[in-house]
Design a protein around this ligand. Structure first.
Ligand code: NAD
Ligand code: AHE
Ligand code: ZN
Length: 375
């Protein structure tokens, strides 16, 4: 297949909110600096649902969504040295070129090399797509497009992993689990003994809980409006639960009262700007830090009284938990293999690519953390 167009199945999003269509898609060979990957397993993340909803300013249609996956390199383009056919890989929507201003700064995991192309659904070389259906180009998504049996990614966007690792599990290390763990370990740098509040107990929020427990946090308070989330969250380290619907007072006040003035760290894992405000305002005066993890829709803005920051609270955000993708995803795979981090517990459903619309329904149903699709 090397050097040839591959025709395979992919789920195409033709329009916002319209069911995805399983199509025979033509996938062009990788050009210089590109890698064609056979995707074996992909999970769905709420960010896929967000873009599909039409509220993502970077969402272009028709496109192939998907960014939490694992697979095997099929072939590589000219000049690609770090991976070869047969390598087991995880596509990384947050690239790591190790050469750009961002990568060399030592201050961020964001990479600038190809971000200009991935935000508009094309490959860097020729600003074109490698996907087409009956001659019509289909946009890439987040530089990954994993809802396809084959995809083409930039070489700076693939992490080579231990070939022994089960791809049907470690696909989750493409997004949600690292995001939550890294928000705690890299972005907030939670210390032992801290009090932590987590808004939203989906996969990302539960991974925050797992990370906070590992960091030695004393109290880990989980906040969700869906009480079905509470029982499961105990296994991830959440020690107390608050349902905002049980309280008349604003949720930030409830938390301040529970914690003698506020929490040391809070995490917003929903994507709701009024909860982002509450998450900042439930932090302790003088030092409390709030991390925004959730992705809010186009046009939404955050607000608070500047006095909140003047009096020492800190407002931060995180992308992929601050992990440097190509360097650290393989390390997270090793941690899973050594049973130092969970993955299996986040997988509540397993379906096939053909059943992807059902998988999106499950994701919206509330009972589902991650649904892994066999591609
Ligand atoms: P999810 O939908 O599984 O989890 C969200 C949780 O929030 C659910 O349990 C829901 O019941 C709860 N919730 C909704 N409204 C609430 C409210 N008003 N008060 C309290 N709880 C409420 O989603 P997920 O896959 O865990 O992702 C969470 C967010 O993180 C999404 O916005 C996603 O786009 C974003 N995300 C960001 C990054 C990043 O790099 N920054 C990475 C992955 C996901
Ligand atoms: N296109 C969206 C932005 C979405 C966003 O913030 N994405 C996160 C990852 S979410 C993964 O589930 C991210 O990493 N952002 C940094 C980046 O470089 O995109 C919008 O609203 O414009
Ligand atoms: Zn995601």
């Amino acid at each position: 297949t090397q050097g040839k167009v591959i025709t395979c199945k992919a789920a195409v999003a033709y329009e916002a909110n319209k069911p995805l269509v399983i199509e025979d898609v033509e996938v062009a060979p990788p050009q210089a600096g590109e890698v064609r990957v056979q995707i074996l397993y992909t999970a769905l993340c709420h960010t896929d649902a967000y873009t599909w909803s039409g509220k993502d300013p970077e969402g272009l249609f028709p496109c192939i969504l998907g960014h939490e996956a694992a697979g095997i390199v099929e072939s590589v383009g000219e000049g690609v040295t770090e991976v070869k056919a047969g390598d087991h890989v995880i596509p990384c929507y947050q690239a790591e070129c190790k050469e750009c201003k961002f990568c060399k700064s030592g201050k961020t995991n964001l990479c600038g090399k190809i971000r200009g192309a991935t935000g508009v659904g094309v490959m860097m070389n020729d600003r074109k797509s490698r996907f087409s259906v009956r001659g019509t180009p289909i946009y890439h998504f987040m530089g990954t497009s994993t809802f396809s049996q084959y995809t083409v990614v930039h070489d700076v966007s693939v992490a080579k992993i231990d070939p022994q690792a089960p791809l049907e599990k470690v696909c989750l290390l493409g997004c949600g689990v690292p995001t939550g763990l890294g928000a705690v370990w890299n972005t907030a740098k939670v210390e032992a003994g801290s009090n932590v509040a987590i808004f939203g107990l989906g996969t990302v929020g539960l991974a925050v809980a797992e990370g906070a427990k590992a960091a030695g946090a004393s109290r880990i308070i989980g906040i969700d409006i869906d009480t079905r989330k509470f029982e499961r969250a105990k296994n991830f380290g959440v020690t107390e639960f608050v349902n905002p619907k049980d309280h008349e007072q604003p949720i930030q006040q409830v938390l301040v009262d529970m914690t003698d003035g506020g929490v040391d760290y809070s995490f917003e894992c929903i994507g709701n700007v009024s909860i982002m405000r509450a998450a900042l305002e439930c932090c302790h005066k003088g030092w409390g830090t709030s991390v925004i993890v959730g992705v809010a829709a186009s046009g939404q803005e955050i607000a608070t009284r500047p006095f909140q920051l003047v009096t020492g609270r800190v407002w931060k955000g995180t992308a992929f938990g601050g992990f440097k993708s190509r360097t650290q995803v393989p390390q997270l795979v090793d941690k899973y293999m050594n049973k130092e981090i969970k993955i299996d517990e986040y997988i509540t459903h397993n379906l096939t690519l053909e059943e992807i619309n059902k998988a999106f329904d499950l994701l919206h149903g509330g009972d589902c953390l991650r649904c892994v699709l066999k591609v």
